[in-house]
Design a protein around this ligand. Structure first.
Ligand SMILES: C[S@@+](CC[C@H](N)C(=O)[O-])C[C@H]1O[C@@H](n2cnc3c(N)ncnc32)[C@H](O)[C@@H]1O
Length: 324
């Protein structure tokens, strides 16, 4: 579905506008009509393009995600009776609906907005940022929600310190050049007693070794080209593996070997399978982490009340209350 210029977000509420800060000098930003935002102190402008205020000048290393979320705008969005993103949000953030009700929440790396959809359904007001043009898709998917999308970099966020009650980031920070620095950079935007929840790829399983090997080459391909290759390769390897399983004796080990060397996602839905396989092979950065590591980062930030989620690596913690 093409994205049209008319599909703009509503003007920002006064309280959201009040937390917007200049990336250059930290000054408060002022609305420049439909043009975007401008800093009265240093005159830096942040244009509004297709209804999204842009705090970056390009998608940088995240262009494959811009392609991915424009191509698969609604595949993972909960619709009708489907509650798959709801289930994933619970196990990957350890957050509960009653904690989000009425809260101002930041979704770091919102993609096409599947988790912001859940958070707004639970009663939160959500600001979603994404480095890629996926922010445009999230804005359209959630046009009828308490949701505002910006194109921005997690390492340079245009918000005043202590702005958000809850910050979550699901499947994002391991796709940055420095996951630890990315996690630690979020702390300053949390209000005292606020919650930080992150979900990262697990470093415990080694099944992904071959996909990491192939990704060294595949991430350099144009996203359109890689997608065309995977459109053929994913059904081929998926069906080969299933076929091999029926061969007596050697079938199962052979199927395992094929999956090990050429891993493709095994979901039943062919579209979801292709989307998730593209998501493995396209990113430039994809680090893996352990609970020990992430707990150390949280402890260094002084986080309290730390918990782990059902899906590794999911860690949440609470920023200490302001001391009197
Ligand atoms: C695998 S997708 C996950 C999207 C969403 N959280 C979800 O689970 O559906 C990773 C997202 O992180 C975004 N991303 C990567 N690096 C980023 C950064 N430095 N700042 C903001 N977003 C970033 C990508 O553009 C992409 O949309």
């Amino acid at each position: 579905m093409p994205i049209t210029e008319e599909q703009v977000q509503s003007p920002l509420s006064a309280d959201l506008q009040a937390i917007l800060c200049c990336l250059n000098c930290g000054g408060k930003l002022e609305s420049d009509q439909a043009q975007g935002y401008v800093c009265p102190a240093c005159q830096r402008a942040y244009p509004n393009v297709k209804g999204i205020v842009r705090f970056v000048d390009a998608q940088h290393y995240a262009a494959s995600f811009g392609f991915q979320w424009h191509r698969y705008q609604k595949t993972q969005l909960d619709q009708g009776e489907v509650r798959e993103s709801d289930r994933n949000f619970r196990i990957k953030t350890c957050l509960r609906p009653e904690e989000l009700q009425g809260k101002l929440v930041l979704d770091v790396g919102c993609g096409m907005g599947r988790f912001a959809e859940v958070a707004t359904r639970w009663g939160a007001r959500v600001v979603g940022i994404d480095l890629s043009a996926a922010a445009e898709v999230a804005a359209i998917n959630l046009a009828d929600r308490e949701f505002t999308a910006f194109q921005a970099d997690a390492f340079a966020l245009p918000f005043a310190p202590e702005s958000f009650d809850i910050i979550y980031s699901v499947g994002v920070l391991h796709h940055t050049p420095d996951c630890q620095a990315a996690v630690k950079s979020l702390d300053k935007y949390l209000k005292p007693s606020g919650i930080l929840s992150v979900w990262l790829y697990s470093g415990y399983n080694k099944w992904y070794r071959f996909s990491d090997f192939w990704r060294r080459y595949t991430h350099k391909m144009e996203p359109e080209r890689l997608h065309s290759v995977l459109k053929v390769a994913v059904p081929f390897f998926y069906n080969l593996e299933r076929g091999l399983r029926h061969v007596p004796l050697v079938g199962r080990p052979a199927a395992g070997a094929v999956h090990h060397v050429f891993p493709v996602n095994r979901q039943k839905d062919p579209e979801a399978r292709l989307l998730d396989t593209f998501d493995w092979y396209s990113p430039k950065y994809q680090s893996k982490h352990t609970y020990e590591e992430v707990f150390r980062w949280y402890e260094a930030m002084g986080m309290e009340d730390m918990r782990v989620g059902e899906s590794s690596i999911a860690v949440r913690g609470r920023k200490p209350a302001r001391r009197a």
